[in-house]
Design a protein around this ligand. Structure first.
Ligand code: UT7
Length: 325
């Protein structure tokens, strides 16, 4: 029996021009390039310019994805944008993207699941496409975490960066077999008991301020690998696949040690792991589509490849997606 699947038509990304190196951070606060590289794998991150907003990064990534797909923006009828750093409290940053692309039909909204934002957005768009409610979706992860960092807190400010990535999905009739192209399965989880371990200490309803990111890094670390691998086992179980079948593992880029430990536990070979955390830092919801874009552009991820995505972050939220490119 045939199945309606969300097939990836293209992807694109955008990074702000300004690169902030570990050495520059070490000149400002009590840290070192050695500590940051050893504990996280991060060497540099990109920082949005004054006046450069999350929407600007998202629009650039969206245009790159449209160009990669070779389609007209007018054919997009759904925009789902994962972000925790919107331009404004409201309206959604997604409508700024919609307006900039000259799209006046369909629907556009933001989705907030912190570092899992892209997986949650991808899953949401997938479910809308599979029901036939929309035909072509633009799924974006875009962040300017530099704006919510306490630049005096060495435990957090060295970890994050700014950027955006986007994919275009189209509802397509597929044979309904494991070899189908498109999103084969997604698995989303959250557990609010952990909400105080990674949060922003401000907000419109609580403090009427934006606030700064606060994190108990060690606590997040402790849960990360277990949560990540749990939802990946769910993806394997739902599709009858194993780690052997995976061509590319494109994880959320928070910390190289978390990525290495997850891949090791899953028995995914290191050469199948796409790593960009060294160059981008943790860009929250943007990290997966940024990494995907790099691996598509350099020819690693090709049509027909089985690509495993995962993320874990504030909330906690976590999730996985298995996609045949
Ligand atoms: O996107 C999802 C959310 N984020 C994550 O997944 C992050 C998860 N957590 C982590 O990646 C790690 O916990 C960190 C990279 C944040 C920290 O690494 P760690 O190995 O867990 O270090 P730690 O927090 O246990 O700190 C070890 C030491 C401490 O000093 P003492 O108490 O041992 O004297 C810290 O004060 O390292 C110190 N430290 C630093 N030293 C130099 C913390 N930050 C820094 C720094 N430079 N930037």
């Amino acid at each position: 029996m045939t199945a309606l699947r969300s097939v990836v038509l293209g992807c694109g990304s955008y990074l702000p021009q300004r690169i902030l190196t570990n050495a520059e951070l070490a000149a400002r606060i009590d840290t070192s390039d050695e500590w940051i590289v050893q504990r996280t794998g991060i060497r540099q991150r990109h920082i949005a310019a004054e006046g450069e907003f999350t929407s600007h990064l998202a629009i650039n990534a969206a245009r790159a994805a449209l160009a990669d797909a070779g389609i007209d923006a007018q054919s997009i009828d759904l925009i789902v944008l994962g972000t925790s750093t919107p331009d404004n409290t409201f309206p959604a940053t997604a409508v700024a993207v919609q307006a900039a692309l000259g799209i006046h039909h369909g629907a556009a909204f933001d989705l907030q699941a912190v570092c899992s934002g892209f997986i949650f957005a991808l899953s949401t768009a997938d479910n809308f496409l599979k029901t036939g409610a929309f035909k072509r979706a633009l799924v974006i992860g875009a962040e300017t975490f530099s704006r919510i960092l306490d630049w005096n807190d060495r435990g957090t400010c060295v970890l994050f960066g700014d950027g955006a990535g986007a994919v275009i999905l189209e509802a397509q009739e597929q044979p309904g077999e494991p070899g189908d192209r498109g999103i084969l399965t997604t698995h989303l989880r959250s557990d609010g008991r952990h909400k105080a371990k990674l949060y922003v200490d401000g907000g419109p309803s609580s403090t009427r301020t934006v606030g700064y990111l606060r994190m108990e890094g060690r606590e997040v670390f402790k849960h990360a690998v277990g949560m990540i691998t749990d939802v990946i086992y769910d993806a394997f179980k739902a599709t009858g696949t194993t780690a052997e079948d995976i061509d590319w593992f494109v994880p959320h880029q928070a910390n190289k040690r978390i990525i290495d430990a997850s891949a090791h536990k899953l028995h995914i070979a290191p050469q199948k792991v796409v790593l960009t955390v060294d160059l981008h830092g943790n860009t929250s919801a943007a990290s997966i589509p940024l990494a995907l874009s790099v691996a598509v552009k350099d020819g690693r991820v090709k049509k027909g490849d089985l690509v495993l995505l995962e993320a874990m972050g504030g909330g906690f939220t976590w999730g996985s997606a298995l996609v045949r490119w």
